[in-house]
Unconditional design. Structure first.
Length: 498
């Protein structure tokens, strides 16, 4: 204080707010920053809604923690070696956790990532028997690098922009029918008719034309409960259904006489242990060049091409379907941050190969979270944290049986299929490709096959009507790739590739 300064000029330090007040203020500031970063309020959502969506997505795809290790560790490579089941579990969960969070933060979209079903089968039963596991996973890494290069050069985004809006809508509808069918099959509500039966009917109700067993009843009740809650517009409908049906399944499993295998891979039982120790031994166990000396350059390139094409278009269809359902697609069929989203998806394929848990990709089960209200990447952060917890709590993460989780897929399949009304069915040049896209996804059990058939039909019909110039040049190239994809067997025979 200087001499002669008035007393009123003396500044008394403001008293510090109570500790609880400071914590509350910091929490509020963090919540506002989180809201701005993920645009939660801007997209008409809330943190609670995003959390519900993230949890619902996790539980509908938690089966991959069990299924991926079974597929990969159950196969042998050329030298008779198996991958360690425990190590594959750890890598499956680790990559899913990390890449799902990255997709949420970078892409700001509720689109979870994990090991791709179908792709892991190709790696386990088609590629690994011809080389060592490190060589096979090296090809997965190369396919991911190829996808990343397509993104960096802008080609992948250009391809997505070149797809007519009607076909994009058909992809969403096809995914709806596919995941509904997936849910019905996984729950055992329908199943493949055994070839030995000599029946011309490929699938049937239950296992022999009739619904049997308590697990099927749990599934049916779950479907009804989910739809009742959705119709009544109950918040958290899908997650409530999953939780209640899991509890019911555990009760039924404890008191009823249930034959082994009726629940599928996941038994609704109280686990013997809660905590498990992760084993990171497979991380980085890959060879990027070994496959070329094992099977030759041409065969290795064909393997990479097969993985890349399936991953590329499977993920593209999933991104379109999930984004459309979440309301993130504008009237022209474009979505924000698509370049970042595609880049993270390609990076996930690289990460999956580097961790020896097969190519990772976007999961169509993310629609369960969207159906629960997820609209931003914050839901992915929640899903990723649950996967991270599963690194140590795998026994708890695998308590939810298919029959409790798959009703969500049936319900979300319905929600996605409502987009069918947006397709111009009077324009047959578009309607026929849309029809093929929609029906072939469930009928061939592949998103990629549906997209490929739709693209091929679109360019052929346009050309047949003298409108070839209306087809973007990129679609012609993509259609040519799909022609090779569908005709790969005779092409391999012509080239002398076994």
């Amino acid at each position: 204080m200087t001499a002669g300064a008035p007393a009123s000029a003396v500044r008394t330090p403001a008293p510090k707010p109570p500790k609880k007040g400071r914590i509350a203020a910091l929490a509020a500031r963090g919540a506002r920053a989180n809201d701005r970063f993920f645009k939660i309020s801007e997209r008409g959502s809330s943190p609670l809604q995003e959390a519900r969506g993230g949890i619902a997505t996790f539980f509908t795809m938690a089966y991959i923690i069990v299924l991926n290790p079974i597929i990969l560790s159950g196969a042998t490579d050329k030298y008779g070696h198996h991958l360690s089941h425990g190590q594959v579990v750890t890598m499956t969960v680790l990559v899913a956790a990390v890449m799902t969070v990255i997709m949420g933060v970078v892409g700001n979209i509720p689109l979870a990532i994990a090991a791709g079903l179908g792709l892991n089968g190709v790696v386990a039963f088609q590629i690994a028997p011809k080389m060592s596991w490190p060589d096979a996973m090296g090809l997965v890494v190369l396919s991911g690098i190829a996808i990343v290069l397509l993104v960096v050069t802008g080609l992948r985004e250009l391809i997505m922009d070149a797809i007519p809006l009607g076909l994009k809508q058909a992809i969403g509808v096809g995914i709806g029918s596919f995941i509904a069918f997936l849910g019905l099959v996984d729950a055992g509500f329908i199943s493949r008719t055994p070839d030995a039966a000599g029946s011309t009917v490929p699938v049937t109700l239950g296992t022999d034309g009739h619904l049997q067993g308590w697990p099927t009843l749990v599934f049916c009740l779950g479907v009804l409960l989910t739809f009742v809650l959705l119709v009544r517009k109950v918040r958290g409908a899908i997650l409530i259904s999953i939780v209640l049906m899991t509890v019911l399944a555990m009760i039924v499993n404890g008191i009823a006489d249930i034959a082994p295998g009726q629940w599928g891979l996941i038994q609704p039982e109280v686990p013997d242990q809660v905590v498990s120790t992760p084993d990171f031994g497979l991380l980085g166990n890959v060879s990027l060049t070994g496959a070329f000396s094992e099977v030759g350059v041409l065969t290795a390139v064909i393997f990479v091409f097969t993985l890349m094409l399936s991953d590329f278009f499977d993920a593209m269809g999933t991104i379109i379907g999930v984004s459309s359902e979440a309301g993130l697609v504008d009237e022209k069929g474009k979505m924000p941050r698509i370049g970042r989203i595609l880049f993270v998806d390609g990076l996930a394929a690289v990460a999956g190969g580097a961790a020896s848990c097969s190519s990772n990709t976007c999961y169509v089960e993310s629609t369960a979270g969207v159906g629960e209200g997820a609209r931003t990447g914050f839901a992915n952060v929640v899903t990723g944290l649950f996967f991270a917890a599963a690194l140590f709590l795998t026994p708890l993460a695998t308590v939810v049986p298919y029959q409790a989780a798959t009703p969500a897929l049936v319900a979300v399949g319905f929600l996605l299929m409502t987009q069918v009304k947006k397709i111009d069915w009077d324009d047959w040049e578009l309607a026929v490709p849309a029809f093929l896209t929609i029906v072939l996804m469930p009928f061939t059990y592949s998103i990629t096959n549906g997209i490929g058939a739709g693209f091929l039909a679109y360019v052929v019909l346009k050309a047949a009507n003298g409108k070839a110039k209306q087809v973007p040049w990129l679609l012609w190239i993509v259609a040519a790739f799909f022609f090779v994809y569908f005709a790969i067997d005779p092409i391999e025979q012509l080239l002398g590739v076994n």
